[in-house]
Each structure stands twice: as C-alpha cells, then as structure tokens.
Design a protein around this ligand. Structure first.
Ligand code: 0GY
Length: 297
C-alpha cells in the first residue's frame, strides 16, 4: 500500500455529510449519470499531473448516496485528478454488481487489449477535458484518433469545456464520428442572456448535430446566485430539456470537485430536476430512458 495523499488544505471542500432527502421522487430505475470516485489514494494514487488533490470519495459512499437519493444506477466519470489511471474507476465498476458503468480517460498509446479490458469492466466512453485550468495541454491531437478507435467498441466521447472556448473548438467537435456528450451544458455563463449569442452557438451545435447530447448538470457550479434554488440556471437547462428531450442526461457530480463557493446539498440538487424537466415524460427520458439507451442498451 502507498501513502495517503493529503487533500488541498485550501480550495477543496469535503462533500455534504448529510444531504437532505429530496422531495422529488425519481422514477424507478433512475441513473445518476455524472459522478466520480476518488482513491482510496493509498491504493489508487492521484496522478502526478493533477491540478487539485481531493480527499478519498469511495464507491461505498457513492452507493449510499445513490440509495439515499432514490436512484438505481451510476455512471462514474474519470476526473483529472486520476489522470489516465483508471484503476479506481475500474475497481468501483467491478464491485457495483452491474449497477455502474464508466467513462475513462485514455491516451493514444493505449493498446486494443487494454481498451478491451476497460470494456469488460463496464467502460462505455472516453472523456476529453478541454477546461484549461484542469489540464496542461488540451487533448486536441489525440481526439479524433481515439474517437475512431473507440467507435469500433460502440463507445461514445464525453467532452468538458467552457462556453467561451466553444468558438475555437466547434470545428473539431463536429468531426467526431461517435455520439458525443457535453458535460454541464458546455458551462454557460448564466449571467449572460439565455437568448444571447454565446448560448445560441451551443444550441446550434446540438441542433445541427444529432449525435451530440448534453448533461443538464451542475447548477451549483454555474449559478451566480447560489444555493439552494439555483434559479438563474433554470432557463438554460429548461430550454435544453425542452428542445432536445432525447439527448439529455442528469447527474449529481458528487463529490463535487473544485467547488469553492459552497458545499452543495445533493438532496437539493435532486429537487432541481422538476424545475428543468417539469413533466413525468421529460423526467423519464432524462433520468431513465436516455441513460439506459447509452449505457445499458
Ligand atoms: C466535474 C467538474 C470539474 C472537475 C473535473 O475531471 C475533473 O477534474 O471534471 C471541475 O473542476 O469543474 O465535472 O467534476
């Protein structure tokens, strides 16, 4: 066993110790399609190139949160603090009893055999992080090459970027031959108008590319107003769910890496769902039908 990492003394918040029980009851079989596991760092160390050091966030704690919130399944997404070392993710997937699937981070030197092992463990996608504060180099060079390879496995691509960078990345993203899922609505600046040019470009990307989906996640990150209502995020998420009801996913983003403004209450995040997906039909698509189609077809 290696050493336990010390979490960043500043800038890292341990997640909410006792989230409220949501008032909203998710439909049976609901999927939390964006969450992470970290460590245990003495067994699965954080990556040397990481930009933050979290505390451990274990698979057992994730399963307990899933049950508390009334969800049935998880999609665990590789975060940058573990780099392209997917061992913590794989450990969680293998002990999930089939109730979790994963999105890994890989480099272009990965072998077909390694890809196949990830597939056997339940990985169904590869994530590319274009958020500049999280990576040293944007993964632009690897992007299309890896996309071609994972297409053969019927996987998809997950991308994370900020709205201000979309004009530069747009032409790259439209070349991808697989389904693409955009994290956190492409991080709109919600202080700008929902009918303004920045969000219009994001909507155009989805409108003109039927292979592109998005997660309507992270009001806690995007809100300028703050907890627990996050009302300034509602018009953006609601518009997306209304226009693209078959291409949206939802997740908690537990344990909320890099949240500095406040510690989100995961129960309150679940209670945000009916504000952005107000009907039973939309909730069923967002929480069950869409993620099941991608991850448990
Ligand atoms: C998230 C958001 C963040 C971090 C990462 O991979 C990561 O480290 O995605 C962030 O800092 O905004 O979805 O976990």
């Amino acid at each position: 066993m290696g050493h336990k990492f010390q979490m960043d003394p500043k800038g890292w918040r341990v997640w909410h110790p006792s989230p409220t029980k949501p008032i909203f009851t998710p439909p049976p079989g609901a999927v939390d399609a964006h969450c992470h596991v970290f460590g245990p760092s003495d067994i699965f160390p954080f990556a040397p190139e990481r930009k933050y050091t979290p505390c451990d966030a274990s698979k057992e704690q994730l399963w307990a949160l899933r049950d508390h919130l009334g969800f049935s399944r998880n999609v665990i997404v590789q975060a940058t603090c573990h780099g392209a070392d997917n061992r913590s993710l794989l450990d969680a997937l293998r002990s999930s009893g089939g109730l979790a699937k994963g999105v890994a981070t890989v480099r272009r030197d990965i072998t077909d055999r390694e890809l196949s092992a990830l597939n056997d463990a339940g990985v169904r996608g590869v994530r590319f992080n274009f958020v500049k504060r999280l990576v040293d180099v944007l993964p632009t060079d690897d992007f299309i090459e890896i996309a071609q390879r994972i297409k053969l496995l019927n996987w998809h691509i997950v991308i994370y970027f900020e709205a201000a960078d979309l004009p530069d990345l747009y032409d790259l993203f439209v070349q991808v031959p697989t389904t693409i899922i955009i994290d956190h609505m492409g991080r709109p600046d919600v202080t700008k108008p929902v009918d303004g040019p920045e969000f219009a470009l994001f909507l155009k990307l989805l409108r003109e590319n039927e292979n592109i989906w998005t997660k309507v996640t992270c009001p806690e990150r995007l809100s300028a107003e703050g907890p627990n209502e996050y009302n300034d995020v509602v018009p953006f998420a609601r518009h997306i769910v209304d226009e693209f009801p078959d291409r949206v996913l939802w997740g908690t983003d537990w344990p909320h890496p890099n949240m500095k403004s406040h510690t989100p209450d995961d129960g309150a995040l679940v209670d945000f769902i009916p504000k952005i997906a107000p009907t039973k039909v939309l909730q069923q698509k967002l929480l069950v039908d869409n993620p099941m189609r991608l991850y448990w077809p």
